[in-house]
Design a protein around this ligand. Structure first.
Ligand code: URP
Ligand code: ZN
Ligand code: ZN
Length: 411
């Protein structure tokens, strides 16, 4: 039995201009989450350029409220910074939004180092936490241009355009921002050994830094960029999949307790007609892959059943630590009197196989097609009421917004 799992990183109904719209909206995405034992998701609200944080919060509520099948909260994306946005942080606190994300990559999203510093200070002094997408945007732009100039236009160019150094540089810079700000920082979707080494060194200097990685960086590798035809587009996400040495380092980091949370970065674009937008130019492939449904069983199979981590470590990674870092503990992330009674009953003996045909995710593929799995989420109670029985989802639209408090840091 586990406390309901928390996915710290989803992008439901992410619209980057039709047809660059994610396949999963709030209805299918949260149903899939629930089917896999995830009872709470934290999705990224994103204001339109120049718009208020409140406007993004309203938009995300209008999409999720009454629709979401699991409980939910929102991280807030900061794309630019000014005194009005700063003043809104108090409103966000009252609304239960206590975590933020900035990007060092993507031309329309990335912030300067100076802005990042101000955001970490402003959020940190309120007890919140800022996460960063750590890739150096200028180096990515140069990397894409270099691949195109060399005539490499297929998906195999994607990882070459953003190698490990691109992440490592940004992790180092982000840690420097946190150090100068004097507040803890979070690194989302960490994918490299080099990035983890930098975190280790910062912690040894006494800095508080938190790390999220994702199942794809543990279970999929960069050989997926050499598949026949255009298949590799199914694995185009950022940061890209890495090699075996990075995977091994991340597993070692999990075992050693150096990684704090595992989110999916669920960002599901159909292969047909959407990923295919980049058939002639890999840089036009919408970035992101699905995973919200399969994270717990994947971690159980490759982590617990394989003897790499204990079931208790899995519980901490998928429930307790996310709940603490994002201000939901012990309401979430614990099996205790007074907690919310989001409960997963797991059958460790079940054997299965992941297929797109059998998934609840409303996307036309899964990157884990054919993965043999051990264990299954048998029963889920959502706020004490049955939500999954015998592996079948039996309730929809019962998710409630989680008003979060400041982070409960433990490092
Ligand atoms: O490729 C990815 N990860 N897409 C989703 C957006 C992000 O950077 O988290
Ligand atoms: Zn990101
Ligand atoms: Zn993301």
């Amino acid at each position: 039995m586990f406390p309901g799992f928390i996915d710290t990183h989803t992008h439901f109904e992410m619209n980057k201009g039709t047809p660059r719209q994610t396949a999963d909206g709030w209805a299918s995405g949260t149903l899939a989450a629930l089917a896999g034992g995830t009872t709470t998701v934290l999705d990224f609200a994103e204001p339109e350029w120049g718009a208020s944080l409140a406007s993004a919060l309203d938009t995300w509520h209008s999409r999720a409220d009454g629709v979401s099948s699991c409980h939910y909260g929102f991280h807030m994306t900061i794309k630019n910074w000014n005194s009005n946005l700063r003043a809104e942080l108090a409103d966000m606190d009252r609304a239960g939004v206590t975590s933020y994300k900035v990007y060092f990559a993507y031309d329309n999203l990335r912030v300067s180092d100076g802005t990042a510093l101000e955001v970490v200070r402003a959020v940190g002094e309120r007890g919140g936490i800022v996460g960063c997408h750590c890739e150096n945007g200028d180096l990515v732009t140069a990397g894409i241009a270099a691949q195109k100039a060399a005539g490499n236009l297929d998906p195999s160019a994607h990882p070459l355009s953003r190698p490990a150094a691109v992440e490592a540089e940004a992790v180092n810079r982000w840690l420097a921002v946190g150090e100068l700000a004097g507040y803890p920082v979070n690194i989302v979707h960490l994918s490299t050994r080099r990035g983890l080494e930098l975190v280790r060194m910062a912690r040894e200097r006494g800095q508080a830094a938190y790390v999220e990685t994702c199942p794809q960086y543990l279970l999929l590798d960069d050989s997926r960029y050499n598949l026949p035809g255009f298949e590799s587009a199914k694995f185009v996400l950022s940061p890209p999949l890495r090699g075996e040495a990075d995977q091994a380092a991340l597993w070692a980091g999990l075992e050693a307790g150096e990684i704090d949370t595992i989110g999916t970065d669920h960002c599901s674009f159909h292969f047909r007609g959407v990923k295919e937008l980049g058939r002639e130019d890999f840089s036009q492939i919408p970035n992101g892959i699905p995973g919200v449904e399969h994270r717990p069983v994947l971690l159980y199979t490759a982590g617990v059943a394989a003897g790499r981590i204990t079931a208790h470590q899995m519980m901490k990674l998928l429930a307790e630590q996310p709940a603490k870092l994002f201000g939901m503990y012990p309401r979430k992330g614990a099996l205790a009197v007074g907690s919310d009674a989001d409960i997963v009953i797991f059958d460790p003996e079940y054997t299965g196989c992941i297929t797109a045909a059998a998934q609840h995710q409303a996307v036309d593929y899964t990157p884990y097609e054919g993965f043999e799995t051990k264990g299954r989420v048998e029963t889920v109670l959502l706020s004490g009421e049955p939500a999954v029985e015998g592996g079948r989802v039996v309730s929809q639209g019962r998710g409630r917004y989680i008003r979060r408090v400041p982070s409960q840091f433990w490092r």
